[in-house]
Design a protein around this ligand. Structure first.
Ligand code: PLP
Length: 370
């Protein structure tokens, strides 16, 4: 099997099923409690047996447009809103629709591994702009500007970033938003970690929304509901209509039960606001625990400004992250994500959004190698 995220995730599951005490830190799957579900599930389960319209339940789309318009002072309507089976489906459909054979799509490394794969599925050309350890993985937007060519159709950015935890500055968000109009490319902003920012505040591209901006969000991270497979995104109406056509031939619509319950969350914006605060506090606890641990042992890591992961240097005696991750999994029964998957072979990524006990135990097992 290819050494993908799925390889490490599945192998960990296999070991667990054999009775091994595995600590799973591979996927950024938050284990924070979601908002109260039981009553809502009971309320909606009978209504959930049938299909919902492609593009998402109308009222859910309205609720989302209202919530995000208010949050970011953006001119969003239901017609700008799309609901998919996870952020992944939305990103996939978008890239298949925007890119024609040979069109260039720029991504920034370290990147979320599905971006290059999705671009390849669309027969687009992947252009990677590297951020480096030397620059603490910060994006230089002037450098990025120089990479834009007439064949650039798409730029994908990710803020807060998985795996580095970098958060784009407000002025860079504004600059890139204006650049996408000037240079006429679609800027896809993956903002699935929207609720996980800490000292440095994340700004959505929705604040500078226009016809070339598309923003993606996800119930997997925003509500810790990875298995419910719901994401939502905002873009220009004509693009949303094409996405609806595409989805109607792919899955018809995302799971009805998931949509109806999430629609209910957005009926009570104040309640979810409180929920986000509480969840962020929990994430912050894990983040601090990991930072303290790694600092004490003088291990190099990228300071996570946002997100729910930590990107850390591998020990010097390992030649690459794959071999380190493999050793950790087979010998120590800790599964992590090797950096090669994100385009950076000297780092591993750890999911922090597990119980503090699991995180501590996982870190202890990893630290034996430093
Ligand atoms: N984008 C990023 C950066 C992610 O890390 C993930 C999931 O890990 C996704 C998108 C897709 O999430 P989902 O399809 O579960 O909404």
């Amino acid at each position: 099997m290819k050494k993908s995220l799925n390889y490490f995730f599945s192998r960990a599951k296999e070991l667990k099923e054999k009775g091994e005490k595995v600590i799973g830190l591979t996927l950024t799957s938050p284990e924070f409690p979601p908002p109260p579900l039981r009553k809502r599930i009971l309320k909606f389960y009978k209504k959930s047996f049938s299909y919902l319209p492609s593009g998402g339940d109308f009222k859910l789309r309205e609720n989302l447009a209202k919530f995000y318009s208010k949050k970011w002072n953006a001119p969003l309507k239901k017609e700008n809103t799309f609901v998919g089976s996870g952020g992944k489906e939305i990103l996939f459909i978008l890239l298949q629709l925007i890119l024609k054979k040979g069109d260039e799509a720029i991504i920034i490394s370290p990147y979320w591994p599905s971006y290059p794969q999705m671009i390849k599925f669309a027969q687009g050309k992947v252009k990677i702009l590297k951020t480096s350890e030397k620059d603490s993985f910060y994006l230089d937007v002037e450098k990025l500007k120089k990479e834009i060519s007439p064949s650039t159709k798409v730029l994908v950015v990710n803020t807060p970033c998985n795996p580095t935890g970098r958060v784009l500055k407000n002025e860079d968000v504004k600059f890139l938003s204006e650049l996408s109009l000037k240079k006429n490319f679609i800027l896809i902003s993956d903002e699935v970690y929207e609720i996980y920012d800490y000292e440095k505040k994340y700004v959505s591209f929705l604040r500078y929304f226009h016809k070339n901006i598309f923003c993606v969000f996800s119930a997997s991270k925003t509500f810790s509901l990875c298995g419910w497979r719901i994401g939502w995104g905002f873009g220009k109406e004509t693009l949303i209509s094409k996405m609806i056509d595409y989805q109607s031939n792919l899955t018809t619509s995302p799971s009805s039960l998931s949509q109806l319950v999430i629609r209910d969350f957005f009926e009570k914006p104040q309640e979810i606001g409180k929920y986000f605060e509480k969840t962020k506090k929990e994430a912050q606890k894990r983040r601090e625990l990991a930072i303290k641990f790694l600092r004490k042992k003088r291990i190099k890591f990228v300071f996570p400004e946002g997100g729910i992961a930590i990107f850390m240097r591998i020990p010097l005696n390992f030649k690459n992250a794959f071999s380190f991750a493999q050793t950790l999994l087979e010998k120590e029964k800790v599964s992590v994500a090797p950096g090669e998957i994100f385009g950076q072979r000297f780092y591993i990524r750890l999911n922090l959004a597990v119980s503090t006990d699991a995180l501590e135990e996982g870190l202890k097992r990893i630290l034996k190698y430093y």
